[in-house]
Write a protein that binds this ligand. Structure first.
Ligand SMILES: *[C@@H]1O[C@H](CO)[C@@H](O)[C@H](O)[C@H]1NC(C)=O
Length: 409
């Protein structure tokens, strides 16, 4: 299913600076209030940032109960990255002391000491090295099940997201390299192609372009009004269509995988300036440590895994269904929670309401007022419900789901 893929990729670095500035001003207050430090030169320091962030984030959420809204304290912590936390949660840190003043000589010694450098897998946005990242100003974006992420703005103006990957220890260096190079070659307007990676036995980083609008999860459940604006019905439909197209591409590209995507959830769907969705964190199953893979990837929350410890490409369809129901209801699914306690059991709620002919009540009030589109909204809800069917054999196949989604206008 090829669709005309307009190039929505970010403008070149020079233009990028201007794009970033308006989001920056929104954060200016939070940033000036925050503890300002420079980013250090060692990976160890990254770890400190992450620990400090977790600590301060926990403290802040307990202090500010008004911050909860639809996104509970729990859900913010459970998100798989990249998470766009509300601006008030974002810190900027800098170090008083640049402990490695000799950083300039590190590149040369890197190979001698066995210290690896970044490996570029996609040079479209330009080349950079680990050193450039370490010198960049950084901002913690959040932390989740798979690891933590921060945003770094490089000297040239390019903004990237660096994710520290947890539980990605199955593959050795060469195999990891082969997988990441394969990801780096992917080209689809609804798929986020990584730019670079960093590999050491005890540390894996994946670098991608920064998307200023953040994730679908942030847009739907973020606590600021800014997050919700523009998520009208046409935009939501466009997002669902794009997610389905991206998933279709991933399924063709990784057709031999048990789980071609494996971690499709709203916090792994990023939005471009024009609200075109980009899927991230796909095809990680072969990289993930076998002992942790079920914790790390959302497809393992599917009914077939919970009941029979089985996953298949159909598990991705379940994940797509959750996103559709989430987009249509505006509710934060309990399925995303580790404990399954907070949020709303969106599957149960939708199935019951449809059975009882109360499907209209499911539609997010923010879009329900668009009466001319009610029928189409209900149609999309039904497709979502057919995608979360608990028996994978009765679940809508991906190609059928896509055909039906594309018919909606
Ligand atoms: C209502 O939906 C129609 C059809 O998608 C769209 O053209 C229109 O802009 C929508 N109106 C609002 C206020 O979102």
């Amino acid at each position: 299913m090829t669709k005309d893929c307009v190039d929505h990729s970010s403008p070149p670095p020079s233009a990028k600076i201007h794009n970033q500035t308006h989001t920056e001003t929104g954060r200016a207050k939070a940033i000036s209030d925050g503890k300002v430090i420079l980013v250090a030169t060692t990976i160890f320091f990254l770890l400190c940032i992450v620990i400090a962030f977790i600590f301060s984030a926990t403290r802040r959420t307990t202090k500010k109960p008004d911050n909860r809204g639809l996104v509970s304290k729990q859900s913010v912590k459970d998100e798989v990255l990249p998470v766009q936390l509300p601006p008030e949660s974002i810190h900027r840190r800098s170090s008083e002391s640049n402990r490695r003043s000799k950083s300039g000589s590190r590149r040369e010694s890197a190979t001698k000491t066995g210290m690896a450098d970044m490996v570029m897998v996609n040079g479209e946005k330009g080349e950079f090295r680990l050193q450039d990242l370490m010198k960049a100003s950084a901002e913690v974006l959040g932390n989740g099940v798979l690891g933590s992420a921060y945003k770094a703005t490089l000297a040239g103006g390019l903004s990237v997201v660096v994710k520290r990957m947890r539980w990605m220890n199955r593959l050795g260096k060469d195999e990891f390299d082969a997988e990441l190079r394969r990801f780096g070659k992917l080209k689809h307007c609804n798929v986020l192609t990584p730019l670079a990676y960093y590999f050491r036995k005890e540390e894996k980083l994946i670098v991608s372009a920064y998307m200023p609008k953040g994730s679908l999860s942030y847009l739907l459940h973020g606590t600021t009004d800014r997050a919700h604006t523009n998520l009208n019905w046409p935009t939501r439909l466009k997002i669902v269509k794009g997610v389905a197209q991206g998933l279709d591409f991933i399924h063709k590209e990784f057709a031999t995988h048990d789980l071609p995507h494996g971690n499709l959830k709203s916090s792994n769907v990023l939005l471009t300036e024009t609200y075109d969705p980009l899927l991230s964190d796909y095809a990680f199953q072969p990289l993930a440590s076998p002992n942790n893979v079920a914790q790390a990837m959302f497809a393992y929350k599917s009914p077939e895994y919970v009941q029979y410890q089985q996953v298949s490409p159909k598990s991705d369809v379940y994940c797509l269904g959750i996103i559709i129901l989430e987009v249509m209801t505006g509710k934060h699914p309990s399925q995303y929670q580790i404990d399954g306690q907070s949020g709303i059991d969106i599957v149960q709620w939708v199935q019951t309401s449809i059975l009882e002919n109360r499907a209209l009540e499911l539609i997010d009030p923010e879009i329900a007022s668009n009466a001319s589109s009610t029928d189409n909204m209900l149609r999309l809800l039904e497709i979502g419900a057919a995608c979360v069917e608990s028996n994978p054999d009765k679940r809508l196949p991906l190609n059928k789901a896509i055909t039906r989604i594309e018919k909606i206008s």
